[in-house]
Write a protein that binds this ligand. Structure first.
Ligand code: NG6
Ligand code: CA
Length: 518
């Protein structure tokens, strides 16, 4: 009896020591801060770390030198809103209506009753912040946004504790910043009105007064509604004169806000979603960068983007946070040269190749639409100067971080997201087996085979000159030997075409592609 009691005592002591060590090991201690830097429209060939020779991006390249560079990382889609929707929700955007490129007065499209990337961080005890371009809508569905009162249902409704954003893109009105729920610098005497259908107010527009423009709109692209800061926009706005930003200050303001957020939360784990305006149109970088690249304003915007990344890395260093911060740098879709303004992107290209080895570009079903730069730095955890060829997608970050934090996603959350945390850190070479990519047409990649579904529509987008990937014929490419998607092998590999098109249909029909209960 005494012996039994002793064994019991030893067991209890052992167990409590065990649990004490667990408690003593603050679970957050190994939890790095995460800074996600999201470039806009930056191509696979736009960084020197990815082989660009006509432009140099030393700060972004530092992330490659000190971390992991992916060669086969993707967005889900060839444009901004759907890619960002997928990043935030872990759901393929085409599963939900209304996830295409949004106007500036659109309502929030992210469901507020599901897990989101930032809510996963919140649940893990992080402070979460969104700084930069939003483009995921604001306000209650079906309700016209009133810009002159607090705008509820924005980043705060989907998991961000703090936000400093502009609503859509810089070529869309309203051209104002919103901090948390309020338009910055708004005066009650000069309320903002926005309309995407008809002109409001008496201000000049790009179509009526082109002589007032400092940046000419490209013919037929639109971008000729209300003129703000000498640039014609998509959409009309009136009022809010003092609240409007000037394009040249946007990068500075965003990086200041991002730095403030980091500084304020340096003592607690934080997640910063830092969504840059660069290098989206209108490319109007701060004056110090104008003319510096020799590649026109598009190149100058790349230099500004690189400077921004340098500022963030420096800030982390100065605060002593660089070791315990996981930095991810990537882009929301592939590149485009002429996206609506005559900014020298085409005329001063100077031999630069924004696509690198890829075909297509922004909005395309070819690889250039969704294959983007993707860099991960976490000193001590991610091997410097390493490269991963794993197939990964931004949609996977939600399941990956949930997995890292030991959170179990509900079956209805992150339905297309896969936990690839070890792959994102370079600890495993295994990526996704299958990825659906969305340009105009849909494609599916499996085992380095790429199937592009037949589709109607222009083969080359008339306005941007981007090869869309649209073709009424079925397309099949062997990405291993033909990354530039030059040789359509559909005719000689009918079984693979059948297999991949059936798989695409199945994933669509299933409504989910994440394995539950793994
Ligand atoms: C397109 C715009 C383009 C850009 C894009 C959104 C026209 C003709 N073109 O519709 O200029 O604003 O939308 O870019 O309107 S994205 O990166 O946010 O997806
Ligand atoms: Ca974009």
């Amino acid at each position: 009896m005494i012996k039994k009691y002793r064994i019991f005592k030893v067991l209890v002591l052992g167990l409590s020591l065990f649990s004490l060590t667990i408690v003593a090991q603050d679970p957050r201690k190994d939890r790095p801060n995460v800074v996600y830097i999201y470039a806009d429209d930056l191509g696979y060939g736009d960084l020197s770390a990815y082989g660009a020779t006509k432009i140099s991006t030393p700060s972004v390249d530092r992330l490659a030198k000190e971390g992991l560079r992916f060669t086969n990382a993707h967005t889900t889609s060839g444009t901004c809103t759907p890619s960002r929707y997928a990043l935030m929700t872990g759901q393929y955007p085409w599963r939900k209506k209304g996830t295409g490129i949004l106007p500036g007065d659109a309502n929030l499209i992210i469901p507020t009753d599901h897990a989101t990337l930032p809510s996963v961080f919140q649940k893990a005890g992080y402070k979460t912040g969104a700084v930069g371009k939003w483009h995921l809508g604001l306000g209650e569905e079906g309700q016209k946004i009133n810009w002159n009162v607090p705008i509820t249902k924005g980043p705060d409704a989907v998991g961000f504790d703090y936000s400093f954003i502009f609503p859509a893109t810089s070529d869309r009105v309203p051209t104002v910043f919103i901090e948390n729920e309020n338009v910055v610098g708004l005066q009650a005497s000069d309320p903002i009105e926005v309309d995407y259908k008809q002109k409001i107010g008496a201000e000049p527009t790009g179509s009526e007064n082109p002589e007032l423009l400092k940046l000419k709109a490209s013919p037929n692209h639109g971008h000729n509604n209300t003129i703000v800061n000498g640039i014609g926009r998509i959409g009309y706005m009136s009022g809010g004169k003092q609240a409007r930003w000037t394009d040249e200050e946007v990068a500075h303001v965003f990086v200041d806000k991002a730095e403030n957020f980091i500084e304020q939360h340096q003592k607690e784990p934080f997640f910063l979603y830092f969504s840059l305006n660069d290098i989206h149109v209108p490319r109007m970088p701060s004056t110090e960068f104008k003319g510096k690249s020799g590649l026109g304003l598009r190149g100058d915007a790349i230099l500004q983007l690189d400077w921004t990344v340098g500022r963030i890395l420096k800030k982390l260093e100065v605060l002593g946070l660089d070791k315990n911060t996981l930095v991810i740098f990537t882009s929301d879709n592939g590149p485009v040269l002429d996206d609506g303004y005559e900014d020298g992107a085409v005329t001063q290209l100077n031999g630069h190749n924004q696509l690198g080895v890829l075909r297509g570009g922004k909005g395309s079903a070819f690889e250039g639409g969704t294959r983007v730069p993707f860099l991960v730095r976490w000193p001590g955890k991610v091997k410097p100067n390493s490269v991963s060829n794993a197939l990964v997608c931004q949609i996977d970050l939600i399941a990956s971080f949930a997995g890292f934090f030991g959170q179990k996603l509900q079956a209805e959350d992150g339905v297309d997201s896969q936990d690839l945390f070890n792959t994102f850190l370079g600890k495993s070479p295994a990526g996704r087996q299958v990825l659906i990519q969305q340009g105009g047409a849909f494609s599916l990649v499996k085992d380095n085979w790429k199937y592009i579904e037949p589709s109607q529509g222009q083969k080359v987008a008339k306005l941007t000159g981007v090869e869309t990937g649209n073709d009424t014929e079925v397309q099949l490419y062997d990405l291993k030997n033909d990354i530039g998607e030059k040789n359509n092998l559909a005719a000689s590999h009918p079984q693979i075409v059948t297999e991949l098109s059936a798989l695409l249909a199945k994933i669509r029909q299933d409504g989910r592609s994440r394995m539950v209960g793994k």
